[in-house]
Ligand binder design. Structure first.
Ligand SMILES: C[S@@+](CC[C@H](N)C(=O)[O-])C[C@H]1O[C@@H](n2cnc3c(N)ncnc32)[C@H](O)[C@@H]1O
Length: 297
C-alpha cells in the first residue's frame, strides 16, 4: 500500500510557508547574520587576492536572505570588485522570492545574478555537460545538504570548482541539535529511505578529515519555540510540525502512534527544554569553512 506521507520538499508552496514560519519562531537567521557580520569578513580577506572580479555560487539559497547578507559583506570587504553570483535553488516559490528581494534592494549594481532553478546534482550535470572551466572564489551551502542523495559527492564537486584561495562554506545542524536526535530516532518512519543520511557537521568533518581537506569551524547556538506544536489543531503548530518532520500535513497524515511518539519525543531533553510554559527546541548549527588547498601532512 502506498504511504500517505508526502515529503515536504516536493510541495514548493507548503515548504516555503513552513520555512518562513520556522524562521519567525527561531533564532536561525539572526545567528547566521551575527556570524556573517562579525566573523565572515576575516574569512573573506584572502578570497579576493587582488582580483577585480569574484565568482560566487549559492547552493540551496532559498529566498536569498543570507546570500544577500554575504554578498553585501563581500562588497564591504572588497569594494570595487564585481561579482558573478550563480544561484542554485530548485524551489520555484523560493526562487521567485529571491528575485523579488533583489529587484527591491538598491545598490546591487556590482552583482550579476544567474538564476538556476535546479537541484545541486542537476547543476553539476549541466556544468559537466557544458564542460565549464569557470572557477569559483566563494561557494556556500546553507542548511541544504540534508536534501542531496550523496552529500560527500556534492561536497567533492563544489570543492573541485574552487579557485586557489577559494572557500566553501557549509552550515548544517550539529549532532547535539534536536534535529539530529529527532531525525535519527524516526528516520525510517519519516523518510522511508527517500533521503540520504541525516548529515550533521560531525559527519561532514569526518568526510573532510578522510580527504585531508583543511577547514575551520564555528558553532552557532540557536533555538526555536515549538510550543504551538502541542496545541491540537493549531494551524501554525501543524505547519511547524511539517517543517520538523519534513512531511506535508504530518498531523493529519501520520499514523496516530507515530504522531504521538514524535510529539512526546520533541518535549524530551534530547530535543528541547521547557521554560515558563514554552517548549524551546535545540536548533544548534555549525559553520564549516573549507579551504581549497589540502592540509600539508
Ligand atoms: C532549509 S532551506 C535553506 C534556505 C537558505 N539557504 C537559508 O538558509 O535561508 C533549504 C533549501 O535547499 C533547497 N533544496 C532542496 N533540495 C535541494 C537540492 N537537491 N539541491 C539544492 N537545493 C535544494 C530548498 O528548496 C530550500 O530552499
Amino acid at each position: 500500500m502506498a504511504s500517505p506521507l508526502r515529503s515536504l520538499v516536493n510541495d514548493d508552496s507548503r515548504y516555503e510557508k513552513a520555512f518562513r514560519l520556522f524562521l519567525q519562531r527561531s533564532s536561525e537567521h539572526q545567528c547566521m547574520q551575527d556570524f556573517i557580520h562579525n566573523i565572515l569578513p576575516d574569512i573573506l580577506t584572502s578570497v579576493a587576492d587582488g582580483k577585480s572580479h569574484l565568482n560566487v555560487i549559492g547552493v540551496g539559497s532559498g529566498a536569498g536572505q543570507m546570500d544577500l547578507e554575504i554578498l553585501s559583506e563581500i562588497h564591504q570587504k572588497h569594494p570595487g570588485v564585481t561579482v558573478d553570483n550563480e544561484v542554485v535553488e530548485p524551489n520555484s516559490q523560493q526562487l521567485h522570492n529571491y528575485k523579488a528581494a533583489v529587484s527591491q534592494k538598491p545598490g546591487l549594481y556590482y552583482i550579476k545574478f544567474t538564476w538556476n532553478q535546479t537541484t545541486a546534482s542537476e547543476f553539476e550535470e549541466h556544468w559537466k555537460e557544458k564542460k565549464m572551466t569557470k572557477k569559483a572564489d566563494f561557494i556556500h551551502m546553507i542548511q541544504m545538504l540534508y536534501f542531496v542523495k550523496d552529500p560527500e559527492a556534492t561536497i567533492n564537486f563544489f570543492h573541485s570548482l574552487l579557485n586557489k584561495n577559494g572557500k566553501l562554506l557549509i552550515i548544517q545542524m550539529t549532532a547535539t541539535s534536536g534535529w539530529e536526535k529527532l531525525w535519527q530516532k524516526y528516520r525510517n518512519q519519516l523518510f522511508k529511505g527517500e533521503r540520504g543520511p541525516c548529515v550533521t557537521t560531525g559527519d561532514i568533518k569526518t568526510i573532510l578529515d578522510s580527504k585531508g581537506l583543511s577547514y575551520q569551524s564555528y558553532e552557532l547556538p540557536s533555538e526555536m519555540d515549538i510550543t504551538k506544536c502541542f496545541t491540537e489543531g493549531d494551524e501554525k503548530g501543524e505547519l511547524l510540525l511539517d517543517f520538523l518532520t519534513q512531511l506535508v500535513n504530518f498531523s493529519q497524515t501520520a499514523p496516530a502512534e507515530l504522531k504521538a511518539g514524535v510529539l512526546d519525543f520533541l518535549r524530551q531533553p534530547d530535543c528541547s527544554v521547557e521554560s515558563n510554559g514554552q517548549v524551546i527546541f535545540n536548533n544548534t548549527m555549525e559553520v564549516i569553512v573549507i579551504n581549497q588547498l589540502r592540509r600539508v601532512c
